[in-house]
Write a protein that binds this ligand. Structure first.
Ligand SMILES: *Cc1c(COP(=O)(O)O)cnc(C)c1O
Length: 802
């Protein structure tokens, strides 16, 4: 099918016409996408079957990565790349006068995630398959992914996302593997001889139907699966109102919660979490049972990883199966469970740690609640043995306290490994947030610095740069990304540096076209493309960036001789619909963009562009075109960041705080190749603990700050719509929790240095090259290699077939 351009072309044409019953000329890009997608999926299925046979035959230990989010983006281009058939397809289509890029644009992003956490899960799946490791994802097939964002008068408006409108060519529905998940009802206990048994009665059940999506490894014939569960009514509902039941059931996989860190406390969300976990664990056990007969060896063949606490009910669910169905004793079941499960923590912000009120938890999941209670009681007894009389410590560590279930505590207690996602983050976990648990079981804690797949984020997103790197150092780095360090040999090669700069320029031209199309703004191609793209959050400090733009604006208006190096400030960010403050910041950025872009004296030097609907496919166009990567979170707040790594790999230079993985980027490239500013994590945490920061002092003593902050309320940026008092108040009345004013001066100084350094073309290009050369460490292949070896104990099975 893809063995030659000729055969591809003829099969494609035939299929296109037979599927749609119209002549080739009449088919749309969408028709063409559907047919090409089907062809690729058919081609994949052969390898998919072989991979499964290999796993079955070798009985290889398998990891299941449970995540409430998978932010996959588009799949066509990635699958073509990993299958190694991009060129054949491209050539064939070209002969038919079709541009592959346009077909790719007909695919909707699979946006089943909010941001970093969901995208990490997607990168991990790509690396597992590319390293030929037996590892599958388990998630929810949300009918609506993350909302589509539009700006109306500068305000964010959310539209329901409809990724399944045209169907999904990549998925295979497997109704025969459906499982029933019980909710509500009551638990009856009875004796069977000596044994106390439990039965869940009068439950309302929901059918979980799996849809499998192939995850294709890089040119290695490996195809793993992402199993997404869809909620449907059970065939035998135990009900009065069938329509009501159907509606309530389907609601479980209807929407992804567009909420990053603040929890909404919705029953539906807990229902989703148990739905994911119960369906996944049941199917994992069933598949284990097919290959193995002793449930006591489960942990030797299966590893279950929980991505943050959302899937933490996998712990009591596995306990339930081992106790109630397999009839093991508690100790035995507990040992198997903890040896099977491992947990990644993604945040140290206490307001983001999940807690569920018992009054919601207990009635919804009565048997699971009983098990959690017993886990808690036994855990507290153990603590008592070690810390007799230390009530305060035990209360702080308990899983259930003050009528709430603390999901992070359950996750730590019920797993054998707890990891943070960057060195600094893990240290903060060990020594601050989770310190009591670290004291109790230090051996559980470990770090796994995040990574990104260099296949999507470099090879696919930036083909020109990929070609240049291959010319410079060959292609060994493609399978061993850390070999990118070979590029260091070329750091003084002027010709190479010029070519690197030319590629950046071309990518900037492409992005400029997209900006013009989408916003009508014409940007200066010679300007610095200074980019901040990520979810909108107070701690990520988009506010610091926009206040600095206002400062540049004020200064230009005041001093006609002040001419900053031309800049295009590019933003992309979605705010959670209920996050009032974040939405204010969106309006502020849009208002500043209007002000700056329409001022004749200023707009030749600075422009502000806010691209709507930031998502994976748009990200792929932005990263290759960036000169400056804004990673300016309040130190200690960003667990790792992965956007920072995508920028680095595409040759952008970081302007950042010593936070998350920025610290490790800094260590790899040295201070000449990154712009570090602001408070350190230690300093921020000391201020939180001991006080001593007074934001008003910075307002009073720094005229620049006073002018921009006053501008928020005196009419300069507040038009008839914009009321930025809440932002003003957060800075002055609420003492600026995120140290925006404290870090302003140091940020402005770093920005000024960037402006000066950028004009030295060769020096800047050298910084860019050094960033690329040292980005291999941040490939998720490295990260997954570490998880596989240290936590999951999985390895590539020997190829026994062929
Ligand atoms: C990488 C990525 C993120 C995470 O960005 P951070 O800067 O690490 O917060 C969020 N959304 C999308 C679409 C991404 O590709």
């Amino acid at each position: 099918m893809f063995s030659s351009v000729q055969s591809f072309k003829s099969i494609f044409l035939k299929k296109l016409e037979s599927t749609y019953g119209k002549s080739f000329e009449e088919t749309t890009k969408q028709d063409q996408y559907q047919v090409l997608g089907q062809m690729v999926r058919e081609y994949i299925s052969e390898y998919w079957i072989l991979t499964n046979e290999k796993y079955r035959f070798t009985k290889a230990k398998t990891v299941y990565y449970l995540s409430i989010e998978f932010l996959l983006g588009r799949l066509l281009g990635n699958n073509l790349l990993n299958l190694g058939i991009t060129d054949v397809v491209k050539k064939g289509l070209k002969e038919l006068n079709i541009n592959l890029d346009e077909i790719e644009e007909a695919e909707s992003d699979a946006g089943l995630g909010n941001g970093g956490l969901g995208r990490l899960a997607a990168c991990f799946l790509d690396s597992l398959a590319s390293l030929e490791l037996p590892g599958h994802g388990c998630g929810i097939r949300y009918k609506h992914g993350l909302f589509e964002q539009k700006f109306v008068d500068g305000f964010q408006v959310e539209l329901p996302e409809q990724w399944l409108r045209q169907g999904n060519v990549w998925e295979v529905r497997k109704p025969d593997l459906a499982v029933e998940i019980p909710f509500w009802g009551r638990v009856q206990t009875y004796h069977d001889g000596e044994r106390l048994c439990f039965q869940h009665l009068e439950a309302e059940t929901i059918m979980a139907v799996p849809y499998d999506m192939p995850i294709v490894g890089y040119r290695n014939k490996t195809v793993n699966a992402l199993r997404l569960w869809s909620a449907e009514p059970s065939p035998l509902p135990y009900h009065k109102d069938v329509m009501q039941y159907k509606k309530e059931t389907e609601a479980v996989s209807e929407i992804l919660y567009p909420d990053d860190t603040h929890d909404e406390g919705k029953i539906l969300r807990l229902k989703q979490q148990y739905f994911l976990v119960a369906a996944s664990v049941r199917s994992i056990i069933r598949s284990y049972r097919k290959k193995n007969n002793n449930i006591r060896d489960l942990h030797e063949k299966v590893s279950i990883h929980i991505n943050d606490t959302h899937p933490v009910l996998a712990i009591p669910e596995l306990m339930r199966i081992l106790l109630d169905e397999e009839r093991l004793g508690w100790e035995e079941a507990w040992e198997i469970t903890t040896k099977t499960i491992s947990y990644t923590n993604h945040t140290t912000m206490s307001e983001a740690l999940e807690k569920w009120p018992i009054r919601i938890f207990k009635p919804l999941l009565p048997r699971i609640y009983m098990i959690v209670e017993e886990i808690n009681e036994r855990f507290c007894r153990e603590l008592w043995k070690k810390y007799e009389g230390d009530w305060k410590r035990i209360e702080e560590m308990a899983i259930i306290a003050h009528d709430q279930v603390k999901m992070a505590h359950l996750a730590i207690v019920g797993s054998h490994s707890v990891n943070g996602v960057a060195y600094l983050h893990t240290e903060i976990l060990k020594h601050r947030e989770m310190n009591l648990f670290y004291q109790y079981e230090p051996e559980k804690f470990n770090n796994k610095t995040n990574g990104i797949t260099h296949r999507r984020w470099l090879i696919k997103a930036n083909p020109e740069l990929t070609k240049l790197i291959k010319e410079g150092i060959g292609d060994k780095w493609i399978r061993q990304p850390e070999q990118l360090t070979e590029l260091m040999r070329l750091k003084d090669d002027e010709q190479f540096l010029i070519r690197l700069k030319d590629i950046k320029q071309k990518n900037k031209e492409k992005l400029a076209l997209r900006i013009l199309q989408q916003t009508g703004t014409k940007v200066d191609l010679a300007s610095i493309f200074d980019v901040q793209v990520k979810r909108l959050h107070a701690y990520k400090r988009q506010l610091l960036n926009v206040l600095h733009i206002l400062y540049l604006f004020n200064r230009m208006k005041e001093d006609r001789n002040f001419k900053p190096y031309p800049r295009t400030f590019i933003f992309g960010a979605k705010a959670s619909p209920g996050y009032y403050y974040a939405k204010k910041i969106i309006k502020l950025i849009n208002t500043v963009a209007d002000l700056v872009n329409n001022d004749k004296e200023v707009c030749d030097y600075i422009k502000v562009v806010f691209l709507e609907n930031y998502r994976v496919s748009l990200a792929e166009e932005i990263f290759p075109a960036a000169d400056v990567s804004e990673q300016i979170s309040t130190a200690s707040k960003e667990a790792s960041g992965t956007g920072n790594m995508k920028f680095m790999m595409n040759g952008a230079v970081t302007l950042g705080t010593m936070d998350g993985a920025n610290v490790e980027i800094f260590e790899r490239i040295g201070s000449e190749n990154i712009y570090i500013f602001g408070l350190r994590a230690e300093e921020v945490m000391n201020y939180y603990q001991n006080g001593g920061y007074h934001s008003r002092e910075y307002y009073h003593y720094d005229r620049r700050i006073r002018e921009v902050v006053d501008g928020l309320v005196n009419g300069i940026v507040s038009d008839s719509y914009g009321h930025f008092e809440p932002i003003y108040d957060s800075l002055l009345m609420q003492n600026d929790q995120y140290f925006v004013l404290k870090d302003f001066s140091s940020y402005a100084e770093a920005q000024e240095r960037i402006g000066m350094d950028f004009s030295n073309v060769l020096e800047w290009s050298k910084k860019s090259l050094i960033n690329i050369a040292n980005s291999g460490y941040f490939s998720s292949d490295r990260t997954i290699g570490e998880y596989a070896k240290d936590i999951w104990k999985i390895s590539t099975p020997q190829n026994v077939l062929q």
